[in-house]
Design a protein around this ligand. Structure first.
Ligand code: ARG
Length: 469
């Protein structure tokens, strides 16, 4: 295992092997390698290297013709990777060294100039930022697509009435479209969070080198321009030692998954025989291997389950970073698995949800029927008494007595005779029935942001306009 480097023989053939007199233990090699995970950064790595070469040529750090050779060589390496012509191996540790090694095989010795003025520490920080910028934009688009599905469903079921719940007990009638628009708002904030963190991902770290910057006359602004970054990082130590943009991205993803998980829980409940508010089409459900009658909402369940993975990824990255002294530490190689898994999970969950939404049937009669039981208009009876001059606290007590009376009688409030109401309060008249009718309880919720028909129509129209649906 000897190789001539300069005039000396080196025992360890690694790109960093010069000072080593023993070769790396095979188990350590396997343990240390990240290639299985970081190979997906190959495109970003090549893009970063090309920009670095262009900058070095412009600055006269390497001759122009060599830069041209190396850039063409990197193009060939990319093709080779895409044609599966490169065998990845633990001995070359990570994607950065695989690409440099492959470039050497394409261009010969000149490839040894590629790593001038940079370190794998700033290189990997750059690669992850290039990758995450692209993925964050894709995720924003996917989430916008899902918002469109939500808004379309709201448009198609604008006046459908369902019970609104608190404590999972029927509370007050609401519009189903209003309930959907609550999720629209949550995903809107998720998108805003991703857009916001995009600003902090969009910072170009190359040139920080190992940690201290470099002695070469780099033009970092130029590299930034070539790579279409918005800004150059200001501190070389920070550039290579923080992964807060990864932590931030995963925490936004975890919040977003929690929104999906809550929606999943609702879809699962609503599709049960107990609720029967919705039917998810056969193509988005699965059967049971033993119970022939079963149709299970697996997609919603899996999204709910996968939320656990993303929350786990957040805990993983936070724990990896906790207590790390500046600057780079190898611990940070552990950032990629949670990050990639989060990106993959969020993307597929958003995609599958968007498509599932086109495959959900709404049972408006069941939803409406559910509003008729459980005294959902009790608050409205209190409001009625307030409209007749009674103080709200007292009105609340009278409406409570009415509920208790009706419960004993096995009826709902609107089934009570006027004489029965009169025993509770003389203020109650014939017009109470119209006042506490389900549709009226909705129509009267006119406060801004409430479930009133006009409010919701305006909110859905505004969202539809913004999304162009
Ligand atoms: N594979 C490494 C990582 O992902 C690249 C940086 C290695 N730097 C080093 N000083 N060993 O973090």
């Amino acid at each position: 295992m000897t190789e001539i480097v300069g005039n000396q023989e080196t025992v360890n053939q690694k790109l960093w092997g010069g000072r080593f007199s023993q070769s790396t233990d095979k188990l350590v090699e396997k343990f240390n390698a990240s290639i299985d995970v970081d190979k997906r950064l190959y495109e970003s790595d090549i893009e970063g290297s090309i920009a670095h070469l262009k900058m070095m040529a412009k600055q006269g750090i390497i001759p122009q013709d060599e830069a041209v050779t190396l850039i063409a060589g990197l193009g060939k390496v990319k093709q080779k990777i895409e044609n599966n012509e490169i065998t990845f191996s633990a001995s070359l540790e990570d994607i950065h060294m695989h690409i440099e090694d492959a470039l050497g095989k394409v261009t010969g010795d000149v490839a040894r100039k590629l790593h001038t003025g940079r370190s794998r520490n700033d290189q990997v920080a750059l690669d992850v930022r290039i990758y995450l910028k692209k993925e964050t934009r894709i995720i924003i688009d996917l989430l916008t697509g899902f918002q469109k599905a939500l808004v379309k469903m709201a448009q198609n079921h604008l006046d459908v009435i369902m019970p609104g719940y608190t404590h999972l007990q029927r509370a007050q009638p609401i519009l189903f479209s209003h309930h959907l628009m609550a999720y629209y708002e949550m995903f809107k904030r998720d998108i805003e969070r991703f857009q916001e963190c995009l600003k902090r991902i969009d910072v170009m770290p190359l040139g920080a080198a190992a940690l201290a910057g470099t002695t070469y006359p780099l033009d970092r602004e130029f590299t930034k321009e070539v790579l279409l970054f918005s800004k150059v990082s200001d501190n070389s130590i920070d550039s290579v030692s923080d992964r807060d943009f990864v932590m931030e991205f995963i925490s936004h993803a975890a919040i977003c998954m929690i929104h999906f998980s809550r929606l999943s829980e609702e879809l699962i409940l609503w599709s049960s025989s107990e609720f029967s508010f919705i039917t998810i089409s056969d193509s988005f459900t699965t059967g049971s291997s033993i119970m022939p009658q079963k149709k299970n909402p697996d997609v919603a369940e899996l999204v709910r389950g996968k939320t656990g993975r993303v929350v786990g990824n957040l805990v993983a990255i936070l724990t990896v970073m906790k207590s790390l002294p500046l600057a780079y530490n190898k611990d940070m190689q552990e950032d990629k698995e949670p990050l990639f898994d989060t990106v993959d999970t969020l993307k597929i969950c958003t995609d599958v949800y968007t498509r599932m939404f086109e495959n959900i049937q709404i049972h408006k009669d069941q939803m409406y029927a559910a509003c008729k039981q459980g005294f959902l208009n009790a608050t409205d009876l209190a409001d009625y008494l307030v409209s007749k001059g009674m103080a709200f606290r007292q009105a609340h007590a009278v409406a409570g007595q009415a509920v208790s009376y009706a419960l004993n009688q096995g009826k709902e409030l609107n089934d009570m005779a006027l004489e029965e109401f009169k025993t509770l309060s003389e203020l109650i008249d014939q017009d109470v029935y119209a006042f506490i009718a389900i549709d009226k309880t909705i129509a009267r919720r006119i406060s801004y942001g409430g479930t009133g028909f006009d409010n919701v129509k305006t909110a859905v129209g505004k969202a539809a306009g913004e999304l162009g649906v």
